[in-house]
Structure formats: structure tokens, C-alpha cells
Design a protein around this ligand. Structure first.
Ligand code: ZN
Length: 233
């Protein structure tokens, strides 16, 4: 019982960080007014403690602001659920070796970059730089370097011949991941991420009767990464 309560605490502490990051990123990207209080993105009403409980507030309010009834940002719920899950998973299954530290850090960085991708498709390169440093232990194998090299060539090819086709963030995330995952797991990650993206588009089409033109892909890569790591640990 005590252990279950402790795990719930870890989930809510993890998801509270996600709430904080989402608000910070949202204010930074949208030039929203800065305030030490949390407020609704639409009506700017200051939120009470009950409106800010990670995950639970969103579910109790059915995804709508208590004051103006407009939709709450779904990226907040996405970030809270993933960070909460990742924090609990780390507590239960990871040890403190450097290899684990790389996986843990890259997991959190993927969640942050997903939130950036969902709010506005511009992800600061500093996140990929930090991730790259963490990929260097244990040192990637030759196959992993080769895959990374092929991806980099492909990225430059697409950027040169089809300018504006993509921002490059998806490729950068995949390059980082191919350096920390063995090739079969990396290939499986691509398959799962693409499958999830396709499923999301299908469900979106069923409800909204149109497709999303620029579907953010980093969130699907992140979910696929967590599925792979969870299944193999
Ligand atoms: Zn509101």
C-alpha cells in the first residue's frame, strides 16, 4: 500500500514538471504575458489549485476551462501522462549506470521536444546537442554509426532538393535514437511510430472528416521509444 502511494507520488511529481515545462514553453513560443501565476490561455483567468492538478484536473474538467469553457491544451495532458509514466518506470526498473542515465535523459528530452513539436514545430537544436553527448556512452557500434551516417546524407538530400518539406527535427531525433538503440529495435521504433501516426490520422479523420496536414511526428517517436524501452527491460 505504502509502495503504491509512493509510486503515485512519483507519477504526480513527474507530471507536475511536465505542466511547468509546457507552460514555460507555451509562454516562450507564443509571447503570452509572463506571470508568476498560472492562467487560462484563452480567458487569462488565474487558475486555482484544483485547476492545476496534473492529469486529474484535465479529466475532471473534461478538457475544458472551468471559466470560459474553451478547450484546454491537449499537449499539457500528453506531457503530464508521459512524464509521469517515465518517472515511475525509471523508479521501478532502472539502475544508476551511465547507459541507463543516457536512456533516462534522452527519454525526458524527447518528451520536452514533443511538447515543442505539438505547440509549434520549431525545436531548439540545443536539445539534440545534449542528447548527442548522452549517446556517447556506451560508445555506438559501427552499424549504429553507419545508420546515422545514411540518415544524415538522406536529411541533407531532402533539405537540398525539397526545401521546406520538413523541419529536420524528426530526422535529428531518429539519428540520436539510432546511436543508442541496436538496429532491430531502432527499425521497430520507426514501424511503431509510423503505425501510431497513421492510426491517429485515421481516428482524426473519422471524427473531424479531414486529415492533419502537418502531423507532429516527434510525439509518436517518443511514445514508440517508451514502448520499446518498457518492453525490453
Ligand atoms: Zn478560460
Amino acid at each position: 500500500m505504502f509502495n503504491l502511494l509512493f509510486i503515485l507520488c512519483i507519477f504526480f511529481i513527474g507530471s507536475s514538471f511536465a505542466s511547468f515545462f509546457t507552460v514555460t514553453i507555451w509562454r516562450r513560443l507564443t509571447s503570452a504575458p509572463s506571470s508568476k501565476f498560472s492562467y487560462c490561455n484563452h480567458c487569462y483567468t488565474q487558475l486555482s489549485f484544483l485547476d492545476m492538478i496534473p492529469v486529474l484536473s484535465f479529466l475532471c474538467l473534461k478538457g475544458r476551462c472551468r471559466y470560459c469553457c474553451r478547450s484546454l491544451p491537449t499537449e499539457t495532458l500528453f506531457g503530464e501522462l508521459l512524464t509521469g509514466y517515465w518517472s515511475v518506470f525509471i523508479y521501478l526498473f532502472f539502475n544508476s549506470s551511465v547507459a541507463s542515465l543516457s536512456i533516462i535523459t534522452i527519454g525526458y528530452i524527447l518528451i520536452i521536444t514533443s511538447i515543442f513539436d505539438l505547440i509549434q514545430k520549431e525545436i531548439p537544436d540545443i536539445f539534440w546537442g545534449i542528447s548527442f553527448i548522452f549517446t556517447l556512452h556506451p560508445f555506438p557500434t559501427l552499424t549504429q554509426w553507419n545508420t546515422a551516417f545514411i540518415l544524415i546524407i538522406l536529411m541533407f538530400f531532402i533539405l537540398y532538393y525539397i526545401p521546406g518539406y520538413f523541419e529536420g527535427a524528426d530526422f535529428k531525433a531518429l539519428i540520436i535514437l539510432c546511436l543508442i538503440l541496436p538496429f532491430p529495435k531502432w527499425a521497430l521504433l520507426n514501424l511503431i511510430a509510423s503505425g501510431l501516426g497513421l492510426l491517429y490520422q485515421l481516428f482524426y479523420f473519422l471524427f473531424k472528416k479531414h486529415f492533419i496536414l502537418e502531423l507532429p511526428f516527434i510525439p509518436f517517436i517518443t511514445v514508440a521509444f517508451m514502448i520499446i524501452i518498457s518492453c525490453y527491460n
